[in-house]
Design a protein around this ligand. Structure first.
Ligand code: AMP
Length: 279
């Protein structure tokens, strides 16, 4: 495995390899088994697997979130090597943003809901960095986790808008034993918060049994109420949406692909998760 910091060096290395299939896994580091599941799949399905580790400042709407974001480059490299990754791209901020980024994206109704609504500018920042990374790596396939469900829809829209010849592959959510979706931010939880945070996945899982018994409005209400009365939790949103358009739906009959998406603070740490109801 080779670690590269410069775009020119990365491109020279990849050109030289003339690989039939380059697979790419973009990450912000502080890697866990969720990330590694993407890397392993990328290794299996391509001749070369490139993973990037870069904490992208333009996607953080909250400065303190950026400052406390965990950074563990050495452990990340060890995990990537173990997973069979060929190239780790670890650029500096000035390498990725030599000047202020002027790329502006518009994703219409995909970005006015959920994460886009609660984190203004977040998806513009995501599209800025992922497009720059795609330009640098020029992969054939790129792997993203369904944990960030809305992000996958945004990336697919970006690929379409920019005509990238890149196949986007969405991979399932990897969870801790408690059910908690793995996240780099979990390391910022206290032990007690981490135990309590398992409630998120428990509530989502239980709510899938309501599909026939309760209406959508009743299900949303039930989910939100499960976090009442414990001031560890503060809900940003819980929405039940069409899995393609990401727009809220009113009835279980409205779509064949239905997903519930949640964002909830556990203490100061904002956690997201989602569950498929249909499709
Ligand atoms: P991040 O480092 O949080 O930007 O995540 C990098 C990639 O890993 C994104 O495509 C995430 O959706 C994915 N990812 C993060 N956590 C998980 C998880 N628990 N299961 C599967 N994929 C994940």
């Amino acid at each position: 495995m080779i670690v590269i910091e410069k775009i020119a060096e990365l491109q020279a290395y990849l050109n030289d390899k003339k690989a039939k299939s380059i697979g790419f896994v973009p990450t912000m580091g502080a890697l866990h088994n969720g990330h590694i599941s993407l890397v392993k799949r990328c290794v299996e399905e391509n001749n070369i697997c490139v993973a990037s580790v870069f904490v992208n400042p333009t996607q953080f709407n909250d400065k303190s979130d950026l400052e406390r974001y965990p950074r563990t480059p050495e452990a990340d490299c060890a995990m990537l090597q173990e997973a069979g990754c060929d190239v780790v791209f670890m650029p500096t901020v000035s390498e990725m943003y030599p000047e202020e980024d002027t790329r502006q994206f518009s994703f219409g109704s995909l970005e006015t809901v959920m994460e886009g609504k609660y984190r203004p500018g977040h998806f513009n920042g995501v599209a800025q960095i992922v497009s720059k990374l795609f330009d640098a790596v020029m992969p054939h396939k790129a792997y993203f986790g369904e944990k960030d469900f809305q992000q996958v829809a945004i990336i697919r829209a970006m690929v379409k808008q920019l005509n990238y010849p890149i196949e986007i592959i969405a991979c399932p959510i990897i969870r801790e034993e408690s059910g908690l979706a793995m996240s780099s931010r979990n390391t910022l939880l206290t032990e007690e918060q981490r135990k309590k945070a398992a409630l998120i996945a428990q509530v989502l899982t239980k709510s899938t049994t309501f599909v026939r018994e309760k209406t959508i409005a009743e299900t949303i209400d039930w989910v939100i109420r499960q976090f009442d009365g414990d001031d560890t939790f503060r809900m940003d949103y819980y929405e039940i949406v069409d899995g393609d358009s990401l727009q809220p739906i009113n009835s279980w009959e409205d779509s064949q692909f239905i997903v519930g998406c949640i964002a909830v603070y556990c203490g100061k740490i904002r956690l997201i998760d989602n569950i498929h109801y249909k499709g």
